[in-house]
Ligand binder design. Structure first.
Ligand SMILES: Nc1ncnc2c1ncn2[C@@H]1O[C@H](COP(=O)(O)OP(=O)(O)OP(=O)(O)O)[C@@H](O)[C@H]1O
Ligand SMILES: [Mg+2]
Length: 349
């Protein structure tokens, strides 16, 4: 089995390195369409950082966080560490090749129980701040990365938590210059909310990690032995989405595979629309339920017949929220545009 090595991202890596070489002053939001390579980019960056720069990487994906307690457990990796220790015990013969620990904020279990009995989120933040101070080295402020931040941005969770967290991030960056904060999300509706959030105004910056552009895609495929024809097919069907391109690499007949991907995705999107048409559907926006209109969805999608990108205001809010939630469309609130999540989606549309 071939391991696909990290490709390019020179521009983005340079930008992140530039940010890391300055005193922390702003929160950095990293966003982009699904599967564009945001997590991979940050992992690659972390791997190449000097040893003196401590990184805390916390991925909220896959965690069902519905209250403060669960959030704290994930931040401190309490569940992870407990499970990890059990698994490590089981894997003893190979345990020396496993990393020493997960990368959440380290805390001994007794301390955790003692400290967080009171369930004060502020206590947790003070604790994290203290840990960050301990790891602060002149010229190398620690780096705090929270991946899939929208998990707690969801309104179902304690409304205040996300605001407290943003305040804490502002304190770490703008006020104390103590740590770099990177918040990653592939949920463009969340990023849209963040962008319109008054408290973050001029306290954060945004970095778009998009699918590869044409040249980067061509170079990536060439490196993996694609012919010019295969290259053209890959671009036509998959654009520059790394996961799709890697999927094509694994097949002998790349054109057949690309067509198959198109048929599959067409089926998925058709089903989503058919359901709305026949059964109707609802979506919650800021605590209010709205019904989704099949006609309006179709009308919205039709705008992509002869364009790849449209203006953010060309689609009604309900259709926009629905199509983004279903991962068909991607909103870029900074450029005020809407585009399909991938070239494949554009073709389907
Ligand atoms: N620069 C790259 N070079 C090689 N492979 C890459 C690169 N970027 C992404 N990939 C591949 O694409 C896959 C998806 O990337 P990744 O998980 O980083 O995307 P993401 O934007 O974080 O996705 P999500 O929107 O689900 O959070 C990775 O598992 C990796 O295989
Ligand atoms: Mg990711």
């Amino acid at each position: 089995m071939r391991r696909i090595e990290f490709h390019d991202r020179e521009k983005e890596t340079m930008e992140l390195t530039r940010i890391l070489s300055t005193d922390p002053t702003l929160i950095t939001f990293i966003y982009g369409p699904i599967n564009s390579g945001k997590t991979e980019l940050i992992n690659n960056l972390i791997k190449n950082l000097p040893e003196s720069q401590k990184v805390f990487y916390i991925n909220l994906r896959g965690w069902f966080i519905s209250n403060y307690d669960e959030f704290i457990k994930v931040i401190f990796d309490v569940e992870h560490v407990a499970r990890y220790k059990r698994i490590k015990e089981f894997l003893k013969p190979v345990a020396n090749v496993l990393p020493e620990s997960y990368s959440g904020i380290p805390i001994p279990k007794d301390m955790f129980l003692k400290l967080f009995k009171e369930k004060e989120v502020e206590d947790a933040f003070v604790y994290i701040e203290t840990v960050l101070r301990a790891f602060y080295k002149d010229g190398y402020p620690p780096v705090l990365v929270i991946d899939e931040l929208q998990v707690i941005g969801d309104l179902k969770v304690d409304d205040l938590l996300i605001y407290k967290l943003f305040n804490f991030f502002i304190r770490l960056t703008k006020e104390l210059h103590l740590a770099h904060v990177f918040a990653i999300s592939s949920d463009s509706l969340f990023i849209e909310d963040v962008h319109s959030e008054a408290m973050l105004e001029s306290r954060c910056r945004y970095l778009l990690v998009d699918d590869f552009d044409y040249e980067t895609t061509a170079a990536f495929l060439e490196k993996h032995g694609f012919t010019d024809d295969e290259n053209a097919i890959a671009w036509e069907y998959c654009g520059g989405k790394p996961v799709y391109l890697i999927e094509l690499m694994n097949y002998e007949n790349r054109e057949e595979k690309a067509r198959e991907m198109l048929v599959l995705r067409t089926g998925e999107i058709e089903t989503i629309l058919k359901r709305i048409n026949e059964l109707g559907g609802e979506i919650i926006i800021e605590d209010t339920k709205y019904s989704v209109s099949y006609e309006k969805l179709v009308e919205s999608l039709k705008k992509f017949v002869d364009r790849e990108t449209i203006d953010m205001n060309e689609v009604d809010e309900i259709s926009k929220a629905f199509l983004v939630k279903k991962n068909i469309l991607f909103v870029d609130p900074l450029r005020k545009t809407i585009l399909p999540q991938s070239k494949l989606d554009l073709l389907v549309i």
